[in-house]
Design a protein around this ligand. Structure first.
Ligand SMILES: [Zn+2]
Length: 210
């Protein structure tokens, strides 16, 4: 059966796409054997399709490096975020350590300003030796509390050694270290510090705690 060349050409795109029924495919294959012109046309169409397929594959391959760049950017973003968090923690820790202790020496009828300052300095030095613990505030606890503490220590805690000649009591707010239940732990310690003056005039921390 001699099929019209125009009909065959109309069917060629469907043929190259593999969308024809087996009967139509057989019809076209048969026509190709006896029609060099259509055979040539079909070959061109097949080649063109081949080139398009190759190009598509290439585009897919070209997209791969782009994905790698995306991945790299993702990693970099994660690093920047991690860095920011670490930086914030370092700043928090620095603020925690460097934050000045608020000191209120109040007023006293029995202690000189110099003694008050020496006693407060003894507390600060002692607090600083406790590493990351932070003394937030230090307040003079008053003449009466200081006198009672001096009597009590000399009577009951000094075991017959030379009595201390003076005593200054402080109240304080004290917090535990960052990262060890500190920054995120609402726990605040209200400590007392009892500083005594020895016979040779030294101010030393005698008692501290709740
Ligand atoms: Zn033909």
């Amino acid at each position: 059966m001699k099929t019209n060349c125009n009909v065959i050409k109309d069917l060629m795109p469907l043929y190259t796409e593999g969308m024809l029924s087996p009967e139509s495919v057989a019809l076209i294959d048969e026509h190709m054997k006896e029609c060099p012109s259509c055979a040539e046309e079909l070959k061109e169409q097949k080649d063109a399709k081949e080139r398009i397929n190759t190009k598509e594959t290439k585009y897919v391959n070209d997209a791969a490096p782009l994905k790698r760049v995306k991945k790299k950017i993702g990693k970099r973003t994660a690093l920047i975020i991690a860095g920011s968090i670490a930086g914030t923690l370092v700043l928090l820790a620095a603020a925690f350590i460097l934050w000045p202790t608020s000191i209120d020496l109040g007023s006293s009828d029995v202690h000189t300003q110099e003694d008050m300052e020496l006693a407060a300095a003894a507390v600060k030095a002692d607090a600083e030796s406790m590493r990351l613990y932070k003394l937030i505030s230090l307040n003079y606890a008053g003449d009466e509390k200081s006198r009672i503490e001096l009597d009590y220590i000399n009577k009951y805690l000094n075991n017959g050694k030379e009595p201390y000649i003076d005593c200054i009591a402080f109240d304080s707010v004290f917090i535990p270290p960052l990262g060890l239940g500190g920054a995120w732990d609402p726990h605040i310690y209200y400590w007392s510090w009892i500083v005594v003056k020895t016979q040779d005039g030294q101010w030393i921390v005698r008692e501290k705690g709740f």
